[in-house]
Design a protein around this ligand. Structure first.
Ligand code: NDP
Length: 490
C-alpha cells in the first residue's frame, strides 16, 4: 500500500512561510501509528511578528473599499473550494471524523465566507440623520487586529466563521488553530491569504503559551475564541488587561426534552442525529435526554435499536458511519465518565459494530453508549461529556423537567420534542439557551441563514452568523457635524 507523505507545515506571517526550531507531531486519531504531519511550534516572538504584520496590513486594508473586500473574499472562497477534496481527506486523517463529516465542515467554511460577503455591503453602509442644524453619521468601522482561536472539533466552519466577518468588515486577522487539528485549516488559510494583501491573514501554531501571548498582545483589539469554558475564562481575563473586545463560543450541556405526547417512532431517528454525529464532539450536540416516565422504555428501546446499527471504523472507510474521537485527553474524559456511571450502578449499553477490532486500540475508538438509571445530578448528566455517551433521565412533570434543564451554568443549544407545536414553542421560550430547536436538534437550511448562533450564561458571549454575528467585528463611530452653510455633506 502507498504511504501518504507526511505534511510539513510552517506558520504563515506576512505571506511568508515561517519555520521554527521545534515541530510537533500530528497523528491520525484512527491510526495512531500513522504520522500525518509535523507542525512548526511557534514562540511568543512569532506571535509578536504575526500581530505586527497584521497591524501594519490593517492600515491599508481598513481603507480598502467594501466592494473590493467583498470581491476578494468571494474569490478566496472559490479558491478554497478548488482544494475542498484535499482538505476533507486531510481533515479526516488529523481530526478523525468521517469523510462525509469533514466534507460538510469544509462546505460550511466556504459557505460562511460567502454569506458574510453577501451581507457586507448593506450592513456596513453608514447610517445618516439630518436636521436644519446638524448632520449625524454613524460609521461601522473595523476594530483592528483580530485574534482568532479555533478548536479541533469543526476547525473549518469555525475558523471561516471568524475570517469572513473579520476581513469583510476591514479587520486583519491572526489565526491560531488547535494543535489537535492544525493541518487542513492552515492549508485553507494559506490559499485564502493569497487573495489578500500580505499580513491580512496570518497563522501561528503552538501550545497554550502561544494562545495566551496572542490574547495578551496590546495590538490585538478583538479576540474571537471558540473552545472550552475553562479556557474561555483565561481568555476573558487576558482580554481584560487591555480591554479587548471579545466573542466567546464555549461549551454546553444541551438538554433534549421529550414531552409526553411525542411519538417515539418519529422522535428517535431525528433525536440520534442530534446526539451522535462526529462521535458527540459537537458543541451544540444533545448532552442529556429527559424522557417522561410513561415513554421511558419505548424511547430507550428505540434509541438502542437504532444506535446498535452504527458501524464504527476509520473515517476514510466507506463502510463506517461512526468514527473515533479526536484526542487522548477527551477520550480519557469520556471513558472515565462511562466507567464511573457503571460503578454508580447505572445501566450502561455500549452499542454498534467494530469494523476493525484489530485496530481498535490503535485509535481513540469509543462505542456509542447509552446510559440509563442515573439521577439528575449525576456527573454524566451535569457535565459536558463531548463524546459518544448519552444519559437518559426520567422525569414526571413539565415543571420538573424545565427546572432540571435550566439548572446549569451552560446555555448553548437545547431541543423540545412534541406532537403539539404550540406546546413546543411555549416550552422553547422558557429554556435558558442561545438556541432552541423544536422537533429537531441541529441547524436546518433555513436556520443556517437566519439563526444567530451562540450561548448564554457560561456558554459564551456574542453570536456568529447573520448580521448579528457581523456586528461583533465592528465599532460604531458616531460623527456629528454642525452645519455652517447650506448643502454641507457628511
Ligand atoms: P480548548 O479550550 O482546550 O482549546 C480551544 C483553543 O484554545 C485551542 O486552539 C487551544 O490551543 C487554545 N488555547 C488553549 N489554552 C489557551 C490559552 N490559555 N489562551 C488562549 N488559547 C488557548 O477546547 P478544545 O479545543 O478542546 O475544544 C472543545 C471545546 O470547545 C468544548 O468545550 C466545546 O463545547 C467547545 N466548542 C464550542 C463551540 C461553540 O460554538 N460554542 C464550538 C466548538 C467547540 P491548543 O489546542 O493548541 O491547546
Amino acid at each position: 500500500m502507498l504511504k501518504t507523505p507526511v505534511i510539513t507545515l510552517d506558520m504563515l506571517i506576512n505571506h511568508q512561510d515561517v519555520g521554527s526550531c521545534a515541530y510537533f507531531d500530528v497523528r491520525d486519531p484512527g491510526r495512531l501509528t500513522d504520522l500525518v504531519g509535523r507542525v512548526a511550534s511557534g514562540s511568543v516572538d512569532h506571535v509578536h511578528q504575526a500581530v505586527l504584520g497584521a497591524h501594519q496590513a490593517f492600515q491599508i486594508w481598513k481603507r480598502t473599499p467594501v466592494s473590493e473586500r467583498v470581491q476578494r473574499l468571494l474569490a478566496a472562497a472559490d479558491g478554497m473550494e478548488k482544494i475542498a477534496d484535499e482538505l476533507s481527506v486531510t481533515l479526516v486523517r488529523e481530526q478523525g471524523m468521517l469523510l462525509k463529516e469533514t466534507q460538510r465542515d469544509v462546505k460550511n467554511g466556504i459557505r460562511a465566507l460567502r454569506e458574510m460577503a453577501g451581507l457586507a455591503e448593506d450592513f456596513l453602509r453608514p447610517e445618516r440623520f439630518e436636521d436644519d442644524e446638524a448632520i449625524v453619521r454613524i460609521e461601522k468601522t473595523p476594530r483592528g487586529v483580530v485574534a482568532a482561536i479555533v478548536p479541533w472539533n469543526a476547525p473549518m466552519g469555525l475558523a471561516m466563521g471568524k475570517v469572513g466577518p473579520a476581513l469583510v468588515s476591514g479587520n486583519t486577522i491572526v489565526v491560531k488553530p488547535s494543535e489537535y487539528a492544525p493541518l487542513a485549516v492552515s492549508m485553507a488559510l494559506k490559499v485564502l491569504a493569497s487573495f489578500f494583501p500580505a499580513g491580512t491573514i496570518n497563522v501561528i501554531h503552538g501550545q497554550a503559551d502561544v494562545g495566551s501571548a496572542l490574547t495578551r498582545h496590546p495590538l490585538v483589539r478583538k479576540i474571537s475564541f471558540t473552545g472550552g469554558t475553562t479556557t474561555g475564562k483565561a481568555v476573558m481575563a487576558a482580554a481584560a488587561e487591555t480591554i479587548k473586545n471579545i466573542s466567546l463560543e464555549l461549551g454546553g450541556n444541551d438538554p433534549a426534552i421529550i414531552l409526553d405526547d411525542a411519538d417515539p417512532a418519529i422522535v428517535v431517528p431525528e433525536l440520534i442525529k442530534g446526539i451522535f454525529p462526529r462521535s458527540g464532539q459537537v458543541c451544540y450536540a444533545i448532552k442529556r435526554v429527559y424522557v417522561p416516565r410513561k415513554l421511558t422504555s419505548a424511547i430507550f428501546d428505540a434509541i438502542v435499536s437504532a444506535v446498535d446499527q452504527y458501524k464504527i471504523g476509520y473515517g476514510l472507510d466507506p463502510r463506517a458511519n461512526f468514527a473515533p474521537m479526536n484526542n487522548r485527553h477527551q477520550y480519557t474524559i469520556v471513558r472515565g465518565l462511562i466507567e464511573r456511571s457503571r460503578q454508580a450502578g447505572a445501566s450502561v449499553h455500549a452499542l454498534g459494530t467494530k469494523l476493525e477490532p484489530d485496530n481498535w486500540d490503535n485509535g481513540f475508538y469509543v462505542q456509542p453508549t447509552v446510559v440509563m438509571g442515573l439521577p439528575p445530578d449525576a456527573e454524566l448528566v451535569v457535565s459536558e461529556q463531548f463524546g459518544p455517551v448519552i444519559p437518559l433521565v426520567t422525569y414526571d412533570t413539565p415543571e420538573e423537567v424545565l427546572e432540571l434543564a435550566n439548572a446549569t451554568e451552560f446555555g448553548l443549544a437545547s431541543s423540545i420534542w412534541t406532537n403539539d407545536p404550540e406546546r413546543g414553542l411555549a416550552m422553547a421560550s422558557e429554556i435558558e439557551a442561545g438556541i432552541t430547536f423544536v422537533n429537531s436538534h441541529g441547524r436546518t437550511a433555513l436556520g443556517d441563514k437566519h439563526m444567530p448562533f451562540g450561548g448564554v450564561k457560561q456558554s459564551g458571549i456574542g453570536r456568529v452568523r447573520t448580521a448579528i454575528g457581523l456586528a461583533e467585528y465592528i465599532e460604531h463611530h458616531a460623527i456629528s457635524m454642525k452645519k455652517v452653510t447650506n448643502g454641507d455633506r457628511l
